[in-house]
Ligand binder design. Structure first.
Ligand code: AMP
Ligand code: GLY
Length: 423
């Protein structure tokens, strides 16, 4: 079959990598893709929010199935649009995508269904928000309601900071948001928990932990993600039972009852506080960079898995994972997450050892005259699979050292909590 993946990040490269291993694939496309996806799929340049043009591409290339990587086209209704045109597509519809597209929607659902989450208030008016802030303890978490490319959340250590950030959001700092969510700060350890969902059922699709801060020891500003590892040592059998019963199952039931059963990958961002899971956020897609680590561990044919989910038979397959540890380090362009360097040549990539246990998944890269250049903040994901996390990290760092790119930087401590800071 002919398959297309929508997106251009490390997540999409790793999904293409896994799909490509399936015997069911005839042609694989990535729209728009990057220099890495172009080596294993055919890139087609297009704006992923231009649904009419995407439809034309799908028809022209006889694409049988579309897999949507990032959240924005999902939140804007790409699945509804393609389904209406009788195109097979894997991902949640516009209604269900509100789980990520509107934090107010997600929090209200939690409240209604008794799903554990931080106490909160939703406001579209500055005065009422201020009343709430005045009664809150610090730190207080201030969030924009809609998508904000990872920039919509601030953890405010003073009330003044919370007033300021609330005002900015309500004055339209993020186009997608005219509401603000104020939240109690939860102390604990974060865990990314994934499921693959169809209209009848769901299956566990891996656990991971990522590192959002730019600096070592988790310091400095937030980024899209500087690295991740899988599995997460936090996930015990007992904790998993609670996550399923208290968080995943009531959410899926609520959506089904509303006439919009969830379909696709679902990523629960959790804070584990004294053994109890709390929902911090939902993402309606795989995580980036978590997906890059997970795809190294996935042993079952991804096309088969998605094919079964499409016909609501996800329970008819055993999804197997390598017991090894996968770790990805993100190589970023100097300056990221602020203004960063662009169009800088990355040399020596072809000398990096690439095999079943070592991969480089591209993110912000493009190819010109047989040379690879950077064009994003997060540029390469250097992933390794190994018997333990320390060894996986050593292998990833050894591969980064082969890449010749003086305009890039990375964190050397990915996985530090899980490895007790051992190098
Ligand atoms: P979000 O976009 O909602 O995932 O928030 C981004 C990051 O902010 C999360 O990954 C957490 O590290 C942090 N965060 C968000 N909400 C809370 C909260 N209520 N308590 C503590 N940390 C939070
Ligand atoms: N790794 C965080 C995210 O994908 O949103």
């Amino acid at each position: 079959m002919n398959l297309a993946v929508i997106g251009s990040g490390g997540r999409e490269h790793s999904i293409c990598y896994k799909l490509k291993q399936s015997t069911k694939i005839k042609n694989l496309f990535c729209i728009p893709g990057n220099a890495g996806t172009n080596k294993i799929a055919k890139n087609i340049k297009e704006d992923i929010l231009n649904f009419d043009n995407l439809y034309k591409i799908i028809k022209e290339n006889n694409i049988d199935l579309v897999i949507v990587g990032p959240e924005e086209p999902l939140v804007k209704g790409l699945v509804d649009f393609l389904k209406e045109k009788k195109i097979k597509v894997f991902g949640p519809d516009k209604y269900a995508s509100q789980l990520e597209g509107s934090k107010a929607f997600m929090k209200n659902l939690c409240k209604e269904k008794n799903i554990p989450t931080a106490n909160f208030g939703v406001f579209d008016n500055y005065e009422s928000a201020c009343q709430f802030i005045k009664k809150s303890k610090t730190p207080i978490v201030v969030k924009a309601d809609g998508l904000a490319a990872g920039k919509g959340v601030s953890i405010c250590s003073t009330l003044e900071e919370a007033f300021k950030n609330t005002k900015e959001i309500l004055e339209g700092k993020f186009k997608s948001s005219n509401k603000v969510i104020l939240e109690e700060f939860l102390e604990g350890e974060e865990l990314s928990y994934f499921v693959i969902v169809d209209e009848n059922s769901y299956q566990f699709f891996g656990s991971a932990q990522d590192h959002k801060r730019v600096g070592e020891n988790d310091t400095g500003p937030n980024t899209g993600g500087m690295g991740a590892y899988s599995p997460s040592p936090l996930l015990s059998g007992q904790l998993e039972k609670k996550i399923k019963k208290k968080i995943i199952e009531p959410t899926l039931k609520a959506l089904k009852d509303s006439g919009h059963p969830y379909k696709g990958f679902l990523y629960a961002g959790l804070m584990v506080c004294k053994g109890e899971p709390h929902l911090i956020e939902y993402n309606i897609r795989m995580g980036d960079p978590e997906c890059q680590a997970l795809m190294m561990r996935l042993e079952t044919d991804l096309v088969k898995i998605i094919d079964l989910a499409l016909v609501n038979q996800i329970n008819n397959i055993e999804i197997k994972w390598s017991k090894k540890n996968a770790l990805t380090i993100v190589l970023c362009a100097n300056g990221y997450p602020f203004k960063y360097i662009k169009d800088s040549e990355i040399k020596n990539l072809s000398n990096v050892l690439i095999n079943k246990e070592n991969q480089i998944f591209h993110a912000g890269t493009y190819e010109k005259n047989n040379k690879i250049y950077s064009n994003g903040g997060r540029v390469l994901n250097v992933v390794s699979l190994s018997k333990n996390l320390i060894d996986a990290r050593k292998k990833s760092i050894a591969n980064i050292n082969i890449v010749n790119w003086s305009d890039g930087f990375y964190r050397k401590d990915i996985g530090w909590k899980a490895t007790n800071n051992k190098k």
